[in-house]
Ligand binder design. Structure first.
Ligand SMILES: [Zn+2]
Length: 222
């Protein structure tokens, strides 16, 4: 077990909890794929809150446990993570939570529209799609996720379950998880005001381009 990667997993779990895009009981899992490897480091604990380093496990992308002890509840969702790595070689981190507002959309079988700018900036100009229900981590659930996710889309709602986010780095995955939860919260709040209004299609691209141009400029200083 590479202690640096274990530490990255623990730090990512801590940041997911600190960011608040998680349900009260902390249910969820975080995994990280070390660069150029055929395995992932995965949170084997029941909650991301105060997740102990000793409960991180090492799992091959074929699903075989390589190191550590994996409880049955967590073992059942391993395939949900490994499938995301198998499908996209650029993915380095997968996060699954039951963050409350996004899960409300998942329970209502409603996708989240692109009604907050951050979704357009972070690769979700079409909003957050929803994968049909299948028992957690099952072949059916994974087939449904694959059917719902277009190339480049970094997040999907899991009907009657929660949210799955996958991105190049833990930083980006954590950010997208927070953005998805924020958009869901804003959407639900806006229902009382006549409903959320999506950003016009031509301006979604403009929002992303503007964000990218500032990123390219880097940190401004005097
Ligand atoms: Zn779950």
């Amino acid at each position: 077990m590479d202690s640096d990667i274990v530490e990255q997993v623990i730090e990512a779990a801590r940041r997911v909890v600190a960011g608040g895009a998680i349900s009260a009981n902390g249910h969820g899992n975080v995994s990280i794929r070390p660069p150029d490897s055929d395995e992932m480091y995965f949170t084997g604990g029941p909650s991301l809150r105060d997740h102990p380093a000793e409960a991180v496990v090492r799992v091959g992308l074929d699903g075989a446990l390589r190191e550590g002890q994996l409880p049955p509840i967590q073992a059942a969702v391993v395939a949900m993570h490994t499938a995301m790595y198998a499908d996209q070689s650029v993915v380095g981190c997968v996060i699954h939570t039951h963050s409350p507002f996004a899960t409300a959309y998942a329970v209502a079988h409603r996708p989240i529209g692109c009604w907050v700018e951050a979704l357009a900036m972070f690769g979700l100009p079409g909003g957050v799609p929803i994968a049909d229900y299948g028992p957690r981590g099952s072949e059916q659930a994974i087939a449904n996720i694959r059917a719902a996710v277009l190339p480049g889309v970094p997040a999907v709602l899991l009907a009657n379950h929660g949210v799955l986010v996958f991105h190049r780095t833990p930083d980006l995955a954590i950010t997208v998880g927070g953005v998805v939860e924020e958009a869901a919260q804003a959407g639900i709040a806006a229902i009382g005001l006549g409903g959320p209004v999506p950003i016009p299609d031509d301006l979604k691209a403009a929002a992303r381009q503007r964000a990218m141009s500032f990123l390219q400029r880097g940190v401004a200083s005097v």
